[in-house]
Design a protein around this ligand. Structure first.
Ligand SMILES: [Zn+2]
Length: 343
């Protein structure tokens, strides 16, 4: 690729946009820096995407150049994702806008980004305050999740919620699920999360049903970086190499696919892929791997699938699988229909 050429209509270098434009510049353009609080290389404020009121729900890491919402929209990603969501345009259009706004017709304004980097200073560990009903995992930070030094042993694998979600005892056992009645996950279904080497790094908690008002469906432990892991990757990697890796959004999609006989499946634990997840996937898949994306049948899912196609499409064979009309998420499908979707 000739990066010196002037951008013709439609030419966009995603990588260059991501590395040259800083979140701070973008926030500034939306006049958000005035309302946001800054702490070292982190910023927090109310989420401008879902227009929430919680003053710390939306977090930005200038160092990682990414954002995450810990409130109701749960969106996260890089500068391009942010603009795509703010402008309600696709990933490509958002990148073009960023080029136009900050890169002077394709020439990155390196000075600004350098200035931004220079002003960041790491204060001693001082996590941003979080509302107590929200997951407090700081995804904006890129450090590895250490393996847990304990295991929850008294989970109730017969809880009716698991059955209500259509899980059979084999799936419950395989994924180590169960209702937890003590500790931080009290009142939640515990879902063990492992890193790619199979080490247990966290338990996610799923509220068994619709959560009471003001609570989220999922709870993650404080300090856990969801963006650093891909759920079920350690098991999926044991499947046949020639098979495509199926990527879904949620835990329960992954369980449903396993029950339908599709074991080589992982979940991103959200609808957008993080830089670390992208790196992990490239590492395990390149050069001959292939992926199949089966995301939810909604706006976030469609955007997330396009984003994955953009990021991984140039590296591995990528196929987007569409859910039948009227089906919202893979986990709503009958096992027999799941196989059919892939046919
Ligand atoms: Zn939000």
């Amino acid at each position: 690729m000739n990066t010196d050429q002037a951008p013709s209509a439609g030419f966009v270098d995603f990588k260059k946009v991501k590395s040259s434009v800083g979140m701070l510049q973008v926030l500034d353009r939306y006049k958000l820096t005035e309302t946001f609080k800054r702490n070292g290389d982190r910023l927090s404020g109310p989420c401008p995407i879902h227009k929430g009121k919680n003053p710390t729900a939306f977090r930005v890491s200038l160092d990682k150049n990414c954002f995450n919402c810990f409130g109701s929209c749960g969106r996260g990603g890089n500068v391009i994702d942010f603009v795509a969501l703010m402008e309600e345009v696709d990933f490509r259009k958002a990148a073009l806008l960023l080029q136009e706004w900050f890169m002077d017709g394709g020439v990155p304004d390196d000075t600004k980004r350098a200035e931004q980097r220079a002003t960041k200073a790491r204060p001693p560990e001082q996590p941003a305050p979080a509302a107590d009903h929200e997951p407090v995992a700081s995804d904006a930070d890129g450090s590895a999740n250490p393996p847990l030094t304990f295991e929850l042993k008294t989970l109730d694998a017969t809880h009716r919620y698991l059955e209500e979600r259509g899980l059979n005892p084999e799936a419950i056992e395989r994924f180590g699920l169960g209702y937890c009645n003590r500790g931080m996950l009290r009142g939640h279904i515990a879902i063990p999360i492992h890193n790619r080497d199979g080490q247990l790094v966290a338990y996610a908690g799923r509220w068994p049903g619709e959560p009471p008002e003001g609570n989220s469906k999922y709870k993650f432990p404080k300090g856990f970086h969801k963006s650093m892991e891909i759920f079920n990757l350690h098991r999926a990697l044991q499947e046949e190499e020639a098979l495509p890796l199926v990527i879904v959004e949620g835990f329960f999609d992954c369980f449903a696919l396993w029950q339908a006989g599709i074991a080589k499946c992982v979940a991103l634990m959200g609808s957008s892929i993080s830089a670390e997840q992208e790196r992990l996937l490239c590492e395990v898949l390149a050069p001959d791997g292939s992926i199949e994306i089966l995301f939810d049948n909604d706006e976030a899912g469609t955007h997330g699938a396009d984003q994955l196609l953009d990021r991984l499409g140039p590296i591995v064979t990528t196929r987007i699988i569409h859910l039948p009309e009227g089906i919202r998420q893979p986990d709503d499908l009958h096992p027999d229909d799941i196989a059919e979707v892939f046919a």
